[in-house]
Write a protein that binds this ligand. Structure first.
Ligand SMILES: Cc1cc2nc3c(=O)[nH]c(=O)nc-3n(C[C@H](O)[C@H](O)[C@H](O)COP(=O)(O)OP(=O)(O)OC[C@H]3O[C@@H](n4cnc5c(N)ncnc54)[C@H](O)[C@@H]3O)c2cc1C
Length: 403
C-alpha cells in the first residue's frame, strides 16, 4: 500500500510552471551544455529574470529565497502550514526533472542564496537581494569534516581580512558573490567558524580554475583564492562572537534548509529516468500493471515497480523535512535522512534505468542523468556523513562521541 499526498492546491500552478520550464527550456538544451562544458547557458538569463519577478510579486518558494524561515505564528494558530520550504522543494524537484545541472547554473539561485536566506538579518537580506551567491566551504584539506577548515578571518577595524583557498565551489566562477566559511581562530574549533559574503571584484579574491567533471557539466565548479582579502564586517552572516557550539550551529542551520533541496534535486532526476524507462519499456511491449503483484510480472516491470517504491519513500521523507522547516520544527534529523535516502535512491535508480533500457541509454538523456545524479549523493554532505548525523541524532551522541 502506498500513501499518495496531493500537491497543495496553492502550489499547483508553481509546480506546473516548473514542469513547463523543465520540458520547454531545459530538456531541449540539456545535451548541448553537457557537451559544451564551461559555456554559459545564456537561455537561463530570461528564466532567472522571470523567477526574480515572481519573487518580487511575493510568490512563495519560487527560488532559493523560499527557504527563509518566517517568525510569524501562523503555524501555532493553524497547526499546519505549507510554506516556502515545501513549495521550493516541489518546484526544484520539477525543474530537475528537466535538468539538474541547468538548475544549479541558474543565476541568483545558488546555495549561497539559500544560506543568505537562512541566516542573514533583514538588512543583509535586502542588501544582497539581487546578488547571485555561491557557497564556499570545502578546502583541499577539509571536505566532510567542515570543522577542519583553515581559511582565516582576522578582524581589522571595520573589516575582516580573509586568507585561504576554497575548492569545488558550484557557480564559483559565474556568481556575483560567495558565502565563504572562515575561522576566526583555528584553535577554537567549530565555534570560531563564521560565514562571510565576499563580492566579486573585492581585491585579493580570485577565481583560480574550473574543474572538468563527470556530471552536471553545465554547472561550473571553481577553485577560489583569498589573499589578504578585505571584507566589511557587515558582511558576516550571523553573530560575530565565538560562543561555544552555538556559533557553529548557526552556520550548520543552513543545511537543515538546503539538504531537503538537494534531496528534491535527486527526486527530480530520478523521476525523469523512471518516466523515460517506463516509456522505453512500453515501446518494447512491457507495461506495468499496478493491480498485480510484481512477482507475477515481467522482470523489467517488477524492477520499475521497485524503483517507484524507493522513489516514493525518498519523496515522503523529503516532504516531511521541508514541511517541518515551514512549521518551525527542528528538522536536522529529517533533513539528513531525506538527503541520504534521496541521494542513494537517485544514484541507484538512474544507473538501473540505463541497465534496463540497454543500448537505448546512449541515444537518450538516460546516461547523462546517471552521471548528473552522482553529485547529489556527495555535496551538502556525503551519504556516509548523513548516516553519521542520523546515527548521532538517534543515539543522542555528540560529534566528539561518534565520528
Ligand atoms: C561537483 C561538485 C560540486 C561541489 N560544490 C560545492 C560547493 O558549492 N561548495 C562547497 O563548499 N563544496 C562543494 N563541493 C564539495 C563537496 O561538498 C565535498 O566534495 C564533500 O563534502 C566531500 O568532501 P571531500 O570531497 O573532501 O571528501 P572526503 O571528506 O575526503 O571524503 C572521502 C570519502 O570518505 C567518506 N568519509 C569521510 N569522513 C567520514 C566519516 N567520518 N565516516 C565515514 N565516512 C567518511 C566520505 O563520505 C567520502 O566517501 C562540491 C563537490 C563536487 C564534486
Amino acid at each position: 500500500m502506498s500513501i499518495n499526498l496531493e500537491v497543495p492546491t496553492k502550489f499547483k500552478l508553481l509546480v506546473d510552471q516548473a514542469h513547463q520550464v523543465a520540458l520547454g527550456v531545459f530538456r531541449p538544451i540539456s545535451r548541448r551544455y553537457d557537451l559544451a562544458e564551461h559555456e554559459y547557458p545564456k537561455e537561463l538569463d530570461m528564466l532567472a529574470a522571470l523567477v526574480d519577478g515572481m519573487n518580487d510579486s511575493g510568490e512563495q518558494g519560487t527560488g532559493a529565497r523560499g527557504v527563509r524561515r518566517s517568525n510569524d505564528t501562523e503555524a501555532d494558530t493553524d497547526g499546519v502550514r505549507n510554506g516556502g520550504n515545501l513549495s521550493t522543494v516541489l518546484s526544484v524537484m520539477e525543474a530537475c526533472w528537466g535538468d539538474v545541472a541547468l538548475v544549479l547554473a541558474m543565476p541568483r539561485q545558488g546555495l549561497g542564496n539559500a544560506a543568505i536566506a537562512s541566516v542573514a538579518d533583514d538588512e543583509q537580506l535586502a542588501r544582497f537581494d539581487r546578488v547571485w551567491a555561491s557557497m564556499a566551504i570545502t578546502e583541499p584539506g577539509a571536505g566532510s569534516d567542515s570543522a577542519a577548515i583553515r581559511t582565516t578571518a582576522v578582524r581589522d577595524g571595520d573589516d575582516y581580512i580573509l586568507n585561504g583557498e576554497k575548492i569545488f565551489v558550484t557557480a564559483g566562477a559565474r556568481s556575483d558573490a560567495v558565502v565563504v566559511w572562515a575561522t576566526l581562530d583555528p584553535s577554537k574549533g567549530r565555534a570560531a567558524i563564521k560565514s562571510f559574503v565576499v563580492e566579486k571584484g573585492t581585491p585579493g579574491f580570485t577565481v583560480e580554475r574550473l574543474e572538468h567533471k563527470l556530471g552536471i557539466r553545465a554547472s561550473d565548479t571553481a577553485t577560489l583564492r583569498f589573499a589578504d582579502c578585505r571584507v566589511p564586517a557587515a558582511n558576516l552572516l550571523g553573530s560575530p562572537g565565538i560562543e561555544a557550539e552555538q556559533g557553529f550551529a548557526g552556520v550548520m542551520q543552513t543545511f537543515d534548509n538546503t539538504r531537503p533541496l538537494v534531496a528534491a534535486m535527486a527526486l527530480g532526476v530520478a523521476k525523469a529516468a523512471i518516466d523515460e524507462t517506463r516509456s522505453v519499456l512500453a515501446g518494447a511491449g512491457v507495461t506495468v500493471d499496478y493491480d498485480r503483484p510484481a512477482s507475477r510480472q515481467h522482470a523489467a516491470a517488477a524492477a520499475l515497480l521497485a524503483m517507484e517504491a524507493d522513489w516514493e519513500a525518498a519523496y515522503l521523507t523529503t516532504l516531511e523535512a521541508a514541511w517541518m522547516a515551514d512549521n518551525g520544527r527542528p528538522n536536522s534529523l529529517q533533513a539528513s535522512m531525506a538527503k541520504a535516502k534521496a541521494g542513494r535512491m537517485a544514484t541507484e535508480v538512474t544507473l538501473r534505468c540505463v541497465e534496463l533500457a540497454g543500448d537505448y541509454g546512449e541515444s537518450s538523456l538516460l546516461e547523462k542523468w546517471a552521471r548528473d545524479a552522482k553529485i547529489l549523493d556527495i555535496f551538502e554532505g556525503t551519504q556516509q556523513i548523513q548516516q553519521l548525523i542520523v546515527a548521532r541524532r538517534l543515539l543522542g551522541k555528540s560529534s566528539a562521541e561518534l565520528k
